[in-house]
Write a protein of this length. Structure first.
Length: 335
């Protein structure tokens, strides 16, 4: 008799525990589902390329049904190209416990990486993630970071310069020494050009304030100037273009947005599409379909030919018929 009662008590206690556990975990689950996800976007600074990338990210979230303030919270911050801003914002994202953190440009991702090894981080256009020490293997990132590279089609860009500038022998490259992305591209382009028997003159700057002096000196000693996807030069592209144009020197930039700001031509990636690819990573992570550790970095190969007719006229340069036809068909001509 005593034994049976003890058994009953035990069974009832067990049943109560199971019921409690069922409701408790069930509720916790639904609470988690109801809380709207938070995405932190950290953009290094404003220049047309990074702004386009950010737009591509936001449009892609919208296209996938995420409406800011309704079923997602998008926390956007611009670091104004300032290291201490980068640190403060990164820490803030971690404190806010964002579900995904996006870094637009290399320094943003480096700063987010320093702030968290747990929260998933998506790279918005980091040219050389391995070279910048962000991840050790682009195919198998291994940790909490994956995303998109904006590595430009350098061979096609060099080919374009050779087509447009007759008897090309000497190229100048201007880049910012502290910009990991620009440095990586400068080295690759330098190697490529040298291999093809061209002379390369490389000049570095530390800030936008150096563009006037360094750009002028460079334009005096080369036949044309190439600019990698350099965040500082991108923000001072109009200035560089006007300096070079005064000396009748064309500037070939690595990105289409920089052609709009006074470059002569490029075969470049669409910055908006880079943003779209970045946004797709965010969506897949939010929907638990993607683990950064096992998701390869996205590389985009397709360059768009963009010709700036206005600059060509100023520089007295005539694009060949075949280039113009190609741009009309598959690219863009700015008039
Ligand atoms: N690749 C740059 C970085 O890693 C960011 C970037 C993307 C960029 N598109 C650009 C810079 C166009 C200059 C121009 O920091």
């Amino acid at each position: 008799m005593k034994h049976t009662r003890r058994l009953y008590v035990t069974l009832i206690a067990l049943a109560m525990f199971l019921i409690f556990a069922y409701f408790y975990t069930g509720r916790a689950d639904s609470q988690k589902q109801n809380a709207i996800p938070k995405v932190g976007i950290l953009q290094l600074m404003s220049h047309p390329a990074l702004d386009q990338i950010n737009k591509g990210i936001n449009d892609t979230l919208k296209k996938n049904g995420y409406v800011d303030g309704k079923n997602i919270k998008i926390e956007f911050q611009n670091a104004q190209n300032d290291q201490s801003n980068l640190r403060t914002i990164s820490k803030q994202f971690v404190q806010d416990n964002v579900d995904v953190a996006v870094g637009i440009a290399t320094p943003s991702v480096q700063s987010l990486k320093n702030a968290t090894s747990k929260i998933p981080i998506v790279m918005g256009a980091v040219t050389d993630p391995e070279g910048a020490g962000i991840i050790s293997n682009n195919k198998k990132p291994g940790k909490n970071i994956t995303g998109v590279s904006d590595q430009a089609p350098l061979e096609a860009q060099l080919e374009l310069m050779k087509q447009v500038i007759p008897n090309l022998k000497t190229i100048g490259i201007i880049y910012t020494s502290s910009d990991a992305s620009a440095t990586s591209q400068m080295k690759k382009m330098q190697k490529l050009a040298k291999k093809q028997g061209l002379n390369v003159k490389v000049s570095s700057i530390n800030s936008v304030n150096d563009i006037q002096q360094v750009g002028t000196a460079l334009a005096e000693s080369v036949q044309t100037i190439y600019v990698p996807t350099d965040n500082t030069v991108a923000s001072g592209m109009k200035l560089l273009s006007s300096i070079a144009t005064k000396q009748n020197i064309a500037v070939f930039p690595a990105a289409t947005t920089m052609v709009k700001d006074g470059g002569l031509a490029t075969v470049g990636l669409s910055q908006y599409e880079l943003g779209e690819e970045t946004g797709k990573h965010v969506v897949r992570i939010l929907e638990h379909k993607e683990d950064p550790a096992t998701t390869p970095v996205t590389f985009m190969k397709k360059g768009h030919l963009m010709l700036n007719e206005k600059m060509a006229k100023k520089l007295n340069i005539q694009f060949s018929d075949s280039l113009i036809k190609e741009a009309q068909k598959k690219g863009q001509i700015l008039k």
